[in-house]
Design a protein around this ligand. Sequence first.
Ligand SMILES: CC(=O)SCCNC(=O)CCNC(=O)[C@H](O)C(C)(C)COP(=O)(O)OP(=O)(O)OC[C@H]1O[C@@H](n2cnc3c(N)ncnc32)[C@H](O)[C@@H]1OP(=O)(O)O
Ligand SMILES: CC(C)C(=O)C(=O)O
Length: 582
Amino acid sequence: MTSLSNTSNQQKPSGMPFERYRAFVPVDVPDRTWPTKKIAHAPRWLSTDLRDGNQALIDPMTPGRKLQMFELLVRMGYKEIEVGFPSASQTDFDFVRQLIVEDRIPDDVQISVLTQARDDLIARTAESLVGAPRANIHLYNATAELFRRVVFNVTPGECIGIATRGTEMVMKYAEQYLGDIVGTGDFGYQYSPEIFTQTDTDFALEVCERVSDVWQPEPGREIILNLPATVEMSTPNTYADQIEYFGRHLTRRDVSAISLHPHNDRGTAVAATELALMAGADRVEGCLFGHGERTGNVDLVTLGMNLFSQGIDPMIDFSDIDEIRRTVEYATNLPVHPRHPYAGDLVYTAFSGSHQDAIKKGLEDLDRIAADRGVPVGELPWEAPYLPIDPKDVGRTYEAVIRVNSQSGKGGVAYVLKSEHKLDLPRRAQIEFSRVIQQHTDAEGGEVSPETIWKIFRAEFLDQESPLKLNSVHTSSAAGEKDALTVNVYVDGELRTLEGTGNGPIAAFVDAINGLGHDWDVRVLDYAEHALSAGGDAVAAAYVECSVGSEIFWGVGIDANIVTASLKAVISAVNRGQAIVD
Ligand SMILES: CC(=O)SCCNC(=O)CCNC(=O)[C@H](O)C(C)(C)COP(=O)(O)OP(=O)(O)OC[C@H]1O[C@@H](n2cnc3c(N)ncnc32)[C@H](O)[C@@H]1OP(=O)(O)O
Ligand SMILES: CC(C)C(=O)C(=O)O
């Protein structure tokens, strides 16, 4: 095959020891059906922030932080919450007790706790749940060949024995400690063949079948079979294949919930989860903002918001994303990345010119459609360039949507002036002012804040008082076909009364200025105006494009009187022209 690149840019071997790694061997599902399936509704969610998320923190959460996290999860609408590993530490045990004793578990929420398949740990786990109105015990043991050989030194049969005996112990200790709820739908059981992704799928099925034989699921007594991508091993499609294969071959499928527990080692946990849902999974375990072991668990915020952005109710409330982020940052003591999907500081912000231009036009278009239909923008179907969702739907404002730096163009600068100061500059005025801002960013570097943009705008268009400054408009009257105007103007600091005539007050004013004897030769090329505010004390903005000598300048005037605003705009253009000539 001939290379498309020329010889000077041929890629070179990296020298890294890639030969040490072996490609993942996927399960063979040639007649897979998941690629054509669609996700049509939210799955059952379980948050494991207080367990898998917590076990991977530099500083595990204090009881106070755990409680804040629990309450956040409840407020957001999670109905299944893994609250800890009570046999691991007194802190975890006490937290479960606190939730139960202080009656903090809402009627529609089921807490879950994790345990290894060891008798003493299972007993302690069941003990932590005494008095719980609803609870789930989650048992795991590793099933992958590597773990059987290296970590546990067990045969496949012994590995199955750990899982089935563990299940028997859960049933025994549940009977002993949780008699009130055992046998009702309020007590649940979950089993995880840990490292499912690295386990031969037929063997994972075998273990789960034998565990189900012990638990005996039936209607009203489901078993949750949680299939963890404890380590993400390959491309997301391979996880989906494993899930479809598992679901197809599992007996008692109707009384088994197939649950996903993806980790993010390859950075594709969200994609793997979505494909695995297409492959038939019922339930997803993860953490807010992807906390958890190593690269984290799958991010529940991204998953939920991905559904939302496709018109599917995530059944979780993300409407105050910043409050969610603040609480998680407080509880975990770890920051959320500024580019984190849906929640990062910068994810609804455009710096670059073409993005800003498109966003500005998109938002204006929505405003126009909303005004035509007489409805708020929030009731329109969302469609805006570069913004997959309306930032307002997650409690953000449009204020930070556009931020200006050296990559920005006229659209961004114009957006800031319009959104912050209601000034709707004509297109060529936008271009002229954006060059002024560009000079600033080239010289200073970094971002230029809306306050600085306004300061520069004022200095450029509104505050220059030399050589001309309007003092008062004396008279303005019709003189035959023409308008006559008398104005008091400071010229180079000296108050003078000028007179001029023309077709309208602006032309009359230009006539008066040109009569001053300077060689300015002012001519008006274009004009625009609009109100800045409504009502009796309305203020207007006028924009005038003038040629001053051989150069062209825009001027801006703001005043309660539209004629005065126009004259100020002419003065603004002349002063800008003179500033450059000087
Ligand atoms: C993928 C996951 O995230 S799984 C959850 C992981 N989370 C945690 O481990 C946090 C909480 N864990 C802990 O605090 C501790 O591990 C404890 C308190 C539960 C147990 O501590 P220890 O008794 O000191 O054991 P340790 O953690 O070293 O566990 C290793 C032993 O447990 C065995 N073991 C590990 N997992 C399991 C399991 N799921 N079922 C049965 N035995 C297991 C190992 O084979 C090993 O046995 P060995 O001592 O005979 O070689
Ligand atoms: C206990 C199991 C579900 C787990 O955390 C994992 O395998 O990642």
